[in-house]
Structure formats: C-alpha cells, structure tokens
Design a protein around this ligand. Structure first.
Ligand SMILES: NC(=O)c1ccc[n+]([C@@H]2O[C@H](COP(=O)([O-])OP(=O)(O)OC[C@H]3O[C@@H](n4cnc5c(N)ncnc54)[C@H](OP(=O)(O)O)[C@@H]3O)[C@@H](O)[C@H]2O)c1
Length: 273
C-alpha cells in the first residue's frame, strides 16, 4: 500500500485505514462481531494501519481493543481515537477510559471530536504528548457548517492532524481547508469517503464507467477512494466497514497511482451523471 508522510514527523502512514463508527459498535457474540477479526486481518494484510474510533461510537473502542489484543495486533496498528466531552477533568477521565478500552499504554493520535471544548483538551494533550502518552494530536469535524471554526483553529494552533469529511459529492474542503492544512504542515485524514455510505447506496448496481479501469479501479468503492486520495493534501482516508471483503476492496485502492485533478476534470460530466 502507498504511504504518505505525516508532515510534522515525516513518519510514513499507509493511505487507507478503517473507520469504526457503527460497524464496530456491535454486541459480543453477534454475527457482526464474528466478522470483525477478518476486517482487521484484511487491513493489516494489505499494509494498512490506521484504525479510527471515538468514545462517541458506543462499543467500538472496547471492541477495537479486544480484537487487537486477541490477535496480538496492537503493534501493527496506528490507533486514533477522540475526546468528546466538556471540561478538563471530564476530558482526562474520558481519555483515560479510552486507554483502558483500547488496552494500550499509548495512543498514536488523539483528536478533539467535532471541536468540543477544543481549547481545554488541546492544552491537556500537549502535556500528554510531551510525556509520550499520545504521539500526535488533532481535531475532527464532518460538516461544512463547521469549516469556519475548523479554519480558525487550524490557523491558531499547531496541530499534527486534521480529520475532515471529503468525498466525490462533498468537496467544500477543497476550497480552504485542504490548502490551509498543506500550508500549515498538518496531515489530513479524510472521513466519510463514501458520504457516510449514501454514495455506495446510490451507486449500487450501476456499471462502472469505462475509464475506471484506466486508474486500476475494479469497484465503485475503489474509484471513490482514489478520488479522495488524489488530493495532494490528503494523507489518508478511513472508510468505515464491518465486512472483511469490503476492507480488502477498500485497501486495494491504496495501491498503484492516483490520478491528477485534470483526470477528474476530464470525466466531470460522467461523474455528475
Ligand atoms: N466527526 C468525526 O470525527 C467523524 C465523523 C464521521 C466519520 N468519522 C470517522 O470516519 C469513518 C468513515 O466514515 P463513515 O463510516 O461515517 O462513512 P463512510 O466511510 O463514508 O461509509 C461507510 C459505509 O460504507 C459501507 N462500505 C464500506 N466499504 C464498502 C465497500 N467496499 N463496498 C460497499 N460498501 C462499503 C459500509 O458498510 P459495510 O459495513 O457493510 O461495509 C458503511 O455503511 C467513521 O467510521 C469514523 O471512524 C469521524
């Protein structure tokens, strides 16, 4: 799988990861639960690393911790989670719980989820970063109505990562946030690359355009992920899935090249249709 450097350290990060919202929030012993070890196996087998969770995602953090421990995979993973509460003490308590749930001594990336009380948590996290409890820190959001605030934080604070929504049908981040992240030396994780799943539902059963083969895409998922990764400011993307075959499909988009903006422009008419 292709890797891209995290600007603040130059550490190489594989371009496809795995989101855990919904898909990993499942009951122990359920049919969905039985499938999850295969999802992580498919991610690691393809050379992927990043797993993104949050205390907001119900059982997902604990499930991720359990799966990584059971398979002895912690060292293969780049673990990202979030803090999603208000107040210094509440933030510390929630993050401490995340360490427990993820069954780890260090978290690779801790993000302030949807900018909730970001100033307070970033201050805590800078101390934790110095102590080595978290390696990187960042902020997240998922909707363009928050972009002005995201931009203000990006300009004011020194961050390692920005996680933001970006997909073929949600391209507003191209206008200001992606160029600004590049200028500020901030890695970008693109979330919701399938529009939260709505794009995949709309495309189901439709034939792939002939030009998909030119860029090595054998599925709609791969085409949508190649699009997201074509933007030079994007470091990686984290499609959410609970199915091993989907994880393998998604991971395959991280191999081979990525077309330039002119390619997508040439096919804009077909894309609009
Ligand atoms: N504010 C935030 O911080 C924030 C907000 C949103 C998302 N996120 C993060 O970003 C991740 C990704 O976003 P998302 O999960 O909301 O949406 P998404 O990745 O755009 O779409 C996920 C949906 O696509 C389906 N899917 C995945 N791979 C597929 C494939 N190869 N073929 C067909 N269908 C496929 C999944 O179903 P299956 O399970 O059946 O594969 C799921 O329904 C989240 O899981 C979360 O970690 C963060």
């Amino acid at each position: 799988m292709t890797t891209r450097p995290i600007p603040s350290t130059q550490e190489a990060l594989p371009v496809i990861g795995c989101g855990t919202w919904m898909g990993f929030d499942v009951a122990a012993g359920s049919a969905e639960h039985q499938r999850l070890p295969g999802v992580l196996d498919a991610l690691f087998a393809a050379g992927g690393k990043l797993i993104d969770s949050s205390p907001m995602y119900g059982r997902a953090e604990a499930m991720t911790g359990e799966l990584l421990a059971a398979a002895g995979h912690r060292d293969n993973a780049f673990l990202a989670t979030k803090v999603w509460t208000s107040g210094r003490e509440a933030g510390i308590a929630q993050m401490a719980q995340s360490f427990q749930r993820l069954r780890t001594e260090h978290i690779d990336l801790m993000q302030v989820h949807n900018l909730v009380d970001w100033r307070t948590h970033l201050e805590t996290l800078r101390g934790w970063q110095e102590q080595g409890r978290v390696r990187y820190l960042g902020i997240t959001h998922y909707t363009s109505s928050a972009y002005a605030e995201v931009e203000a934080v990006l300009r004011e604070q020194k961050l390692d990562f920005l996680q933001i929504n970006y997909s073929l049908d949600a391209r507003e981040a191209e206008q200001r946030l992606l160029p600004l992240a590049a200028e500020r030396g901030v890695a970008v994780i693109a979330n919701m690359p399938f529009g939260g799943g709505s794009l995949m539902r709309r495309l189901r059963g439709k034939p792939l355009p002939g030009w998909a083969a030119e860029i090595g895409c054998a599925s709609w998922a791969q085409l949508l992920l190649k699009f997201v990764l074509s933007h030079p400011a994007v470091t990686c993307t984290i499609p959410g899935t609970s199915r091993p075959e989907h994880m393998a499909d998604n991971a395959a988009a991280g191999a081979g090249g990525f077309p330039d903006a002119a390619f997508w422009q040439r096919h804009a008419h077909s894309i609009d249709r």
